[in-house]
Design a protein around this ligand. Structure first.
Ligand code: ATP
Length: 294
């Protein structure tokens, strides 16, 4: 038996070695075939802004080959309007914002801002044109004022004050022991989710971009916080072309257009009242959320 065991054992060793070599080769090929990072086209021009009108034209996208995320998606966000995207978790809402910011390349279709394909403009000018209010904002270990002002290091004191006012942060700041010099962040004062989003709104205001992408926090906020954010957002949105990724339908009833996304496809589109009257997917999401909040 031992005579049989030794050669078999040896064969097993050879087999494992070959498998490892193949896996290494696969990894190497994977590295070689990995898509290059997003970079400027060789003849990239700065984005020429003229009202910040956004168009998605037949956009398809997938993160991984086996799973399509957005399929043939087209919509228009006219200059100065407010468009909200709603849909179940995982429908592809945040992906739309990432594609607008050109974090990834499209599989098909194109995205235009004021008629210019975002692939053809410089990344720097594209990203300067878009301010994002993320779901969760990172705060640095510095004063609350510096946390806001960092969005525009050369901002004047008046500009920072204006951003604070627009984001309805004044009362919160006044209530702090050292006002706008109070330290926040990991080692400072803990700031609630709602206050963080308003800090992000103030940063977005300072950035001065014509396009605003607001990624509404999924975590529920108390209704006072929510009202403060809504008030800030409504004022700020009036001066921007805005795209709102909404989780609570109650926050976007005033949007000019609501896009209802289901598994990466646009299934309905219209104002809040039009969509309620249509009595389709949006209306059922609305009833569902109304029941949950009862
Ligand atoms: P939510 O409401 O939960 O924030 P969403 O509608 O914004 O969801 P997306 O974040 O756009 O959804 O994600 C769409 C799909 O893509 C999800 O199924 C998600 O798992 C997948 N996905 C997101 N990011 C990546 C990634 N970096 N790599 C692979 N798949 C991803």
């Amino acid at each position: 038996l031992i005579q049989l065991f030794l050669p078999l054992n040896f064969l097993g060793f050879v087999y494992r070695e070959i498998r490892r070599a193949l896996t290494d080769l696969e990894n190497m090929l994977g590295l070689l075939t990995r898509k290059p990072a997003i970079i400027d086209a060789t003849d990239a021009q700065p984005l020429q802004l003229n009202g910040a009108d956004i168009r998605f034209e037949n956009v398809s996208f997938r993160y991984q080959t086996e799973r399509p995320i957005l399929q043939d998606l087209s919509f228009h966000v006219p200059s100065g309007s407010k468009v909200a995207i709603v849909g179940a978790s995982g429908a592809g809402k945040s992906t739309i914002a990432r594609l607008l910011y050109r974090f990834y390349e499209l599989e098909a279709g194109r995205i235009l801002i004021d008629g210019q394909d975002i692939r053809k403009v410089s990344l720097e000018s594209l990203r300067r044109a878009i301010a994002i209010v993320p779901q969760d904002t990172v705060l640095f270990n510095t004063s609350i004022r510096d946390n806001i002002a960092y969005a525009k290091p050369d901002a004047s004191a008046a500009e920072v004050d204006q951003a604070i006012a627009m984001a309805h942060l004044q009362d919160f700041i006044n209530s702090l022991p050292q006002g706008d010099q109070t330290q926040v962040g990991e080692r400072g004062l803990k700031v609630s989710g709602g206050e963080k989003q308003r800090i992000a709104i103030a940063r977005a205001m300072l950035k001065g971009s014509p396009i605003l992408v607001f990624d509404e926090a999924t975590s529920s906020l108390d209704s006072a916080s929510e009202q403060a954010i809504l008030k800030a957002m409504r004022e700020v949105a009036q001066q921007h072309t805005s795209l709102v990724i909404a989780h609570r339908l109650s926050t976007i009833t005033d949007a000019d257009q609501i896009l209802v996304l289901q598994q990466g496809q646009l299934v309905e589109q219209g104002s809040h009242l039009q969509l309620l009257a249509a009595n389709g997917r949006y209306a059922s999401l609305w009833r569902q959320q109304a029941e949950q909040s009862d």
